[in-house]
Design a protein around this ligand. Sequence first.
Ligand SMILES: [Zn+2]
Length: 243
Amino acid sequence: MSVDTKNIKDIITRMHQQKNGRENQMRKQLIFLGPPACGKGTQTNMLAEHLKLPHVDTGSLLRAEIKGETPNGIVAKSFIDKGLLVPVELVAKIIKDRLAQEDCRHGYILDGFPRSLEQAEALEAMNQELNGPEGSDFRAIYFDLDQDVLISRIVNRRSCSKCGEIYNIKTHPTKVEGICDKCGGELTQRKDDNEETAKARFDTYFHETAPLIDYYKNKGVLRTIDANGTIEEVWERLLEVIK
Ligand SMILES: [Zn+2]
């Protein structure tokens, strides 16, 4: 019988972690892949709180840099003002600076990046640079959702015009129709939350992300979650795959 050295190593690492608490834990790195409206935003926030890890949201990060008029933010804005996409190298630089901060020492949950193979490779390179001797535990969590469920979610989605809280008239309605539970603001529907654009967005997403799913599958770090069902059901599945 052959000895599975990897398993033994894993067990030793785990014992080590339990003994020493968080200090020697592997840096936990989670990225979330999934189509728009697959529920990953909600789950990411819940998980960040549960694991006490920072949630690095690429969109918010970029907006904060621009608003704060940081050197990177000013360059990013110059592209956006011309109607151009912010170049991958710049986005990667902004993310790298963020992941190098102290609160990401034990890990992070990254959302909205990578979106292409080029970005996935950039992320891998920065992780290699940033990881300490304790090593890292990298996983790509893929939210797999049926297209018709996704479209129904988008079509039934409403958001509060005041605080931005998201509702769904079928699965997560407000107590009083059209009025936000949190702040009493009026609910609105985004113009592009219709069936046609939902389908187009799904196609774009899939075209963009399918290669990433294969990339992470080949590396053995992909964890697929069935994202159909309630928030609670998906949450239970998520907890299983991050163990
Ligand atoms: Zn509100």
